[in-house]
Design a protein around this ligand. Structure first.
Ligand SMILES: [Fe+2]
Ligand SMILES: [Fe+2]
Length: 453
């Protein structure tokens, strides 16, 4: 009997995984080449393994998808650890009996060992020594705004322990557009910097983004990709905030982005104009979510007596930061505990979604000159006072400004859910009325009525 079933084509990488798992964790691994062989193995005796490790895809085969269907069918309770980014996990929508864990970089042996240790409850003290990963991945899109890098940048060739990091950009240089496009179209997702230089690099990245944004704003350029700057900023901050904290550069960048989002909304008296523009810019989900929420909130504030400039500032700040602790764009779609329970996500990710409001509020605590009340609204943006979980009812203890945000975000969500195909005005307004029935919402809904078209 083995502890782990490893689905990975025969070769150096497979050997390296099995050897390291044995060496560091003292666990036995049984290897198979593909998911068909794995199913054969599991059909013999489902109790022979405690964990199945698989790439999300092997060649053109969607291994993880096939495996999950098999697990659901047989109601298996064995844990799965997936290697590589996967879209299927978020799309699939059914309760699962097994636990799912994931490692984003498919050949990150170190992360695989760490996660496997967690699954088997092996403490770091029990492990001999986990090798440190020397290189840190930077998503390739970031290089489009990076004029010069402060450190050498490497490209990864090959997989597993046979992979090599080749220097591609020297410190002080950048990457030209055509090379960047060639990399992206050939499937390169990240370039690498030495881990010890990571902070340096991310700092340079944010300050160059800031400069870029400055130029965009002062040139009043209506170029088609003008949102990409703001979008990149939001993503960069969300991915790196834990490492960097709120540096003066990050603060400046965010303030500008927030301001830009507020101004953007003013150009459009009705939401359809804004949507058309977002569509033409191919904005990411997280960006659309923030921009439309800001727009809806401004529309409400303009119609209520106490909605002054200060409230506008607070609420656009909240729109920008409320989901900042969620790294995955798609999970911002989750609106209640049923949806969360039904989403196929690892335990760790589910826990993060549960606590994201509280975590986002904690993050922004270090923000200098925090707009008044912003942290409380962020903590309570799903209707729960302590920021843990989701609520469908709205306690009298929530501030009026928190309610404005909740209503604006719900409306933005319904607009986004209609997938921009055709805005079903009547249905959106009906759903909103069902959700927000009491008289304290009346004026807010009236305001939305005027802008949805
Ligand atoms: Fe949100
Ligand atoms: Fe949220």
């Amino acid at each position: 009997m083995s502890d782990i079933l490893l689905i990975m084509p025969e070769g150096e990488t497979q050997n390296a995984f099995a050897m390291n798992i044995k060496a560091y964790l003292n666990l036995e691994t049984h290897c198979v080449n593909n998911v068909v062989e794995a199913i054969e193995e599991l059909s013999k005796d489902v109790n022979s393994f405690n964990l199945v490790i698989t790439y999300t895809e092997i060649g053109k085969e969607p291994s993880l998808k096939v495996l999950i269907e098999f697990f659901k069918d047989r109601k298996l309770k064995i844990s799965i650890l997936t290697l590589g980014e996967d879209k299927y996990v978020m799309m699939s929508n059914s309760a699962q009996e097994f636990s799912l864990y994931s490692v984003e970089e498919p050949d990150d042996l170190r992360e695989v060992l760490k996660t496997t240790a967690e699954i088997f409850n092996i403490t770091p003290r029990d492990m001999l020594k986990v090798p440190t990963s020397q290189f840190y991945p930077i998503p390739i899109e970031h290089f489009s705004t990076l004029i010069s890098t402060p450190t050498d940048v490497f490209i990864k060739i090959g997989k597993g322990d046979t992979c090599q990091y080749i220097k591609r950009i020297h410190a002080g240089e950048g990457l030209d557009e055509s090379t960047l496009e060639r990399y992206i179209s050939s499937g390169v997702m990240s370039l690498y910097v030495e881990s010890s230089n990571r902070l340096n690099f991310v700092n340079a990245l944010t300050s160059q983004l800031l400069r870029h944004l400055d130029e965009e704003i002062s040139s009043d350029n209506d170029a088609i990709n003008e949102d990409t700057i703001t979008q990149t900023i939001q993503e960069t901050v969300s991915k790196n905030i834990e490492v960097l904290g709120i540096t003066p550069d990050i603060q400046k960048i965010c303030n500008k982005s927030i301001h830009k989002m507020m101004k953007e909304g003013e150009k459009f008296p009705r939401i359809n104009g804004l949507i058309e523009r977002l569509l033409s810019n191919k904005a990411t989900f997280g960006f659309k979510h923030t921009q439309i929420t800001t727009y809806m909130a401004m529309a409400i504030l303009k119609k209520i007596d106490w909605g002054k400039e200060e409230q506008e500032k607070t609420i656009s700040f909240v729109s920008f930061f409320h989901d900042i602790s969620l790294k995955n764009d798609a999970v911002t779609m989750i609106r209640n505990e049923t949806e969360l329970n039904n989403a196929i996500l690892s335990k760790k990710d589910k826990e993060l979604v549960m606590r994201h409001a509280q975590k986002s509020a904690e993050f922004i605590h270090q923000y200098p000159h925090l707009p008044m009340g912003a942290d409380t609204i962020i903590r309570q943006h799903h209707g729960v006072l302590n920021g843990h979980g989701f609520s469908d009812t709205y306690s009298g203890n929530l501030s009026p400004l928190t309610l404005v945000f909740i209503v604006a975000e719900e409306c933005a969500h319904l607009v986004l859910k209609s997938k921009f195909e055709e805005l079903n005005r009547m249905k959106i307004l009906y759903d909103m009325e069902q959700k927000f029935k009491t008289s304290r919402f009346k004026k807010m809904l009236d305001a939305l009525d005027k802008v949805i078209e």
